[in-house]
Design a protein around this ligand. Structure first.
Ligand SMILES: Cc1ncc(C[n+]2csc(CCOP(=O)(O)OP(=O)(O)O)c2C)c(N)n1
Length: 308
C-alpha cells in the first residue's frame, strides 16, 4: 500500500545504477534515514555520485550537489558559510539546515584529505561521511590509502606464474579514525554495511552534536572485492566479528561505544569470501600474510577493548 509519508522518507530512490548488492548503496540509504529532511549534501566524485546521478536524472530526493573529486568538504564549508550569512540576515530557517559532505575512501583518505583537514581545523558544524570501499572503485579498483594489507587491486596485483609470491598491497590501511580524533572532533564514529541501523543512529547523533563530525563506513564493493552480490552485509558483519573493522563511537575524544566480541571469528572467515584475498590461500607466503592480518585484528581487539 502506498503511504505518502513513508515514501517521502526514502531519500534515495530506486532505479539508480549501482551494482546489485552494492555495500555503498545499502549504507547510503541507511545514512539518509538518519539525516532528516533538512539537509544539504555535497558529494565527491566517485561511485556513489556516478551511479546515482547520470545527467539529467538524480536518485537523491534532497538538495544534493556534486563537487569535484577532492573538494566536497570545501563546497560544504561554502554552503555552511552561506547559510550562516542568511541566518544572520533575516532567514532564521537557514540556521537549522544541516550540512553534510560525503565521498569514497579515495576522495577522503587521499585526494580530498588536505581540504577535509582544513574543514575540521576550522571547527565547522559539518558532518563528513566516508563510504570506504578500500579502493578507487569507480575507476577500476586502484589501491587507495584505505586499501588493507595484502589486498589485490589493479595497482597492487596479486602474483601469478613466476610472481606467484607477490602478496598484493604492501601498505597498511591509513588510520583515518585516529587522524580525525587528532583534529579534536567532538564526534567520530565507524560502522559497516552489515549494520544499517547503527549507521542511521550514528548519522542522527552526529547531526545532533554541534561541531565537525566524521563517520567512516566499511562498504564492500561487489566487483572490486570480487564477492557475491548477496554478501555485502555478511562481510560488513564479519568485519566487525573478526575485529578488523569494529563499530566505534567517540564523543569528545572518548570511546563511548564499541562492538563487543563474544566469540572471536578468525580472519580467514572474512578473507576467504573475497576474490581480492584468494591468492593468500595458495602459497606459504600468502599464509604468512593471513597470520599478519590476524595480528592486526587482535591488536584492534586490544586497542578498542572489544573483548566481552
Ligand atoms: C582530480 C581527479 N582525479 C581523478 C579523477 C578520476 N576519478 C573519478 S572517481 C575516481 C575514484 C573514486 O574513488 P573513491 O573516492 O574511493 O570512491 P569510490 O568510487 O570507491 O566510491 C577517480 C580516480 C577525478 N575525477 N578527478
Amino acid at each position: 500500500m502506498k503511504n505518502k509519508k513513508n515514501k517521502d522518507k526514502v531519500l534515495i530512490s530506486p532505479g539508480h545504477r549501482a551494482c546489485a548488492g552494492c555495500g555503498q548503496m545499502i549504507s547510503a540509504k541507511a545514512a539518509t534515514e538518519g539525516m532528516g529532511n533538512n539537509v544539504i549534501v555535497a558529494n565527491a566524485t566517485g561511485c556513489l555520485e556516478v551511479t546515482t546521478t547520470p545527467y539529467p536524472q538524480s536518485a537523491w530526493k534532497m538538495p544534493w550537489i556534486h563537487s569535484l573529486f577532492e573538494n566536497a568538504s570545501a563546497i560544504a564549508s561554502g554552503i555552511k558559510a552561506a547559510l550562516n550569512y542568511k541566518g544572520k540576515h533575516g532567514e532564521g530557517r537557514a540556521k537549522n539546515i544541516k550540512v553534510i559532505a560525503q565521498g569514497g575512501d579515495g576522495g577522503t583518505f587521499d585526494i580530498g584529505f588536505g581540504l577535509i583537514s582544513g574543514m575540521w581545523e576550522r571547527g565547522e558544524d559539518i558532518l563528513y561521511i566516508c563510504y570506504d570501499t578500500e579502493a578507487y572503485s569507480n575507476t577500476g579498483v586502484q589501491a587507495s590509502g584505505a586499501t588493507p594489507w595484502a589486498a589485490s587491486t589493479t595497482t597492487t596485483p596479486a602474483g601469478t606464474g613466476k610472481n606467484i609470491d607477490a602478496i598484493g598491497s604492501h601498505q597498511n590501511k591509513k588510520d583515518m579514525i585516529s587522524i580525525a580524533l587528532a583534529h579534536g572532533l567532538p564526534y567520530v564514529a565507524q560502522s559497516t554495511a552489515g549494520y544499517p541501523m547503527d549507521i542511521t543512529a550514528k548519522v542522527k547523533k552526529a547531526l545532533e552534536i554541534k561541531g565537525p563530525a566524521y563517520i567512516q563506513i566499511m562498504t564492500p564493493c561487489i566487483p572490486g572485492w570480487k564477492v557475491k552480490p548477496s554478501d555485502a552485509m555478511k562481510l560488513g558483519k564479519l568485519g566487525v566479528e573478526t575485529g578488523l573493522y569494529p563499530l566505534l563511537e567517540y564523543i569528545d575524544g572518548k570511546l563511548v561505544n564499541s562492538s563487543k566480541i563474544d566469540k572471536k571469528v578468525k580472519v580467514e572467515e572474512y578473507l576467504k569470501l573475497q576474490g581480492r584475498f584468494k591468492h593468500l590461500f595458495k602459497t606459504a607466503r600468502g599464509k604468512k600474510q593471513i597470520e599478519y592480518i590476524q595480528k592486526l585484528a587482535d591488536e584492534n581487539i586490544k586497542k578498542y577493548e572489544l573483548k566481552k
